[in-house]
Write a protein that binds this ligand. Structure first.
Ligand SMILES: *Cc1c(COP(=O)(O)O)cnc(C)c1O
Length: 389
């Protein structure tokens, strides 16, 4: 049989019903530990001579199905599941750096990723630089002899700016520097960084991968040799591992990822039109509406998140948010429910103001995660709230 399509992988990969008495649904192996058949078997397991499970921090069958499925969806060799997106991001960044190294990042970063890098800078003198990474010359200029990692978010949370992944990967390869991509906003259904030459993909699986707002989880996908090292060091010893029940919820969410993503995109495209035409909205940021052609080259569609600015200050934004009736004022994104938040005072409040403004996160910027409700209900709610300001 030829290679399976994305939709099929999202439903079947990594699990055989014959492994579990015919159970169609992947069993939840709700156990902390696993019995060895003998003392010798225990010894062999610890020496890595068998594939047996030992203890759920080191591996669990339900979690392993999720890891295999995610690896295949991203087109990578191996996947690792974590208890949160930050669990995945911290394990990868710590694995790729030591004291006095340097990390080159995209201009915008998720607030806690920024916070983590600042902590690593303070504790271990790991330098951090930010760049638009938009030309070969710019990337070369920012790479230092001690750079051991290029860390990219695209689309950038929350400004929706895009980074050309193939370009970054091409330059990084010349210097033998691994490129890590936070693929949370697109999911592998819309963007597959490993196919563009990047080395590691990380996710907040809390968002689109799960899609139902009921799990906090993280995923990393990349080369087997590298992720085996992460599994036996930063993942095992820091211990941000995913619980079996949460892995099961994620496996369930993944089955509908393709159809959910298409609907998120359909709704977001329509909402962009509504916002662009509204007199109270001054700017709309969405991948398919950006001036560059990067979206066409690396993203199948634009995704479900829109950033926009309204004419007004923080108080005006807060009045607008308080006027919404159906749309929920909440952080997170990628859920069935439409969620809206104010990055400057919420998700990105930890970033010092001058840095935040440089990243484009002004007081007038709003982030909207367009959900799966009927698009007319979403647009009516936005319009009535905009009309109150
Ligand atoms: C939410 C988010 C994270 C952090 O993930 P958690 O699951 O909340 O730990 C990282 N990156 C991006 C882009 C996010 O949106």
């Amino acid at each position: 049989m030829k290679e399976k399509n994305f939709e099929t992988i999202a439903i079947h990969e990594g699990y055989k019903t014959t492994d579990a008495q015919g159970s169609l649904s992947t069993p939840i192996y709700q156990t902390s530990t696993f019995e060895f058949s003998s003392a010798e078997h225990g010894e062999q397991s610890f020496q890595g001579e068998t594939n047996s499970f030992i203890y759920s921090r080191i591996g669990n069958p339900t979690v392993q199905v999720l890891e295999k499925r995610m690896a295949e969806l991203e087109g990578g060799e191996k996947g690792l599941a974590f208890s949160s997106g930050m669990g995945a991001i911290s394990a990868i960044l710590i694995a790729l750096t030591k004291a006095n190294d340097h990390v080159l990042c995209s201009t915008g970063l998720y607030g806690c990723t920024f916070g983590l890098l600042m902590m690593m800078k303070e504790k271990y003198n790991i330098g951090v630089d930010f760049s638009n990474l938009d030309t070969e010359a710019e990337i070369r200029e920012k790479i230092k002899p001690e750079t051991t990692c290029i860390y990219v978010e695209t689309p950038i949370n929350p400004t929706m700016q895009l980074i050309d992944l193939a370009l970054v990967a091409k330059v990084a390869k010349e210097y033998d520097i691994p490129v890590v991509v936070d693929n949370t906003f697109s999911s592998p259904y819309l963007q597959r960084p490993l196919q563009l030459g990047c080395d590691v993909v990380v996710h907040s699986a809390t968002k689109y991968l799960n899609g139902h707002g009921d799990v906090v989880a993280g995923i990393a996908v990349g080369k087997e040799t590298f992720l085996d090292e992460v599994a036996s060091t930063t993942q095992k010893d820091i211990g941000a591992i995913l619980a079996p029940f949460d892995a099961w919820l994620l496996l369930r969410g993944l089955k509908t990822l393709p159809i959910r993503m298409d609907r998120h995109c359909d709704n977001a495209e329509h909402i962009c039109d509504v916002l662009e035409q509204h007199p109270k909205v001054s700017e709309v940021y969405y991948p398919t509406r950006s001036a560059s052609d990067i979206q066409k080259r690396q993203m199948k569609r634009g995704g479900g998140v829109i950033a926009f600015e309204i004419d007004g200050d923080k108080a005006t934004v807060q009045r607008f948010l308080n006027s919404l009736a159906m749309i929920k004022v909440a952080v997170s994104l990628g859920d069935a429910e439409t969620l809206i938040e104010h990055p400057a005072t919420m998700t990105h409040a930890v970033i010092p103001e001058d840095e935040r403004i440089r990243m484009g996160i002004k007081d007038s910027l709003i982030r909207l995660s367009v959900g799966l409700e009927h698009v007319n209900d979403i647009s009516e709610d936005l319009k009535q709230a905009l009309n109150t300001i």
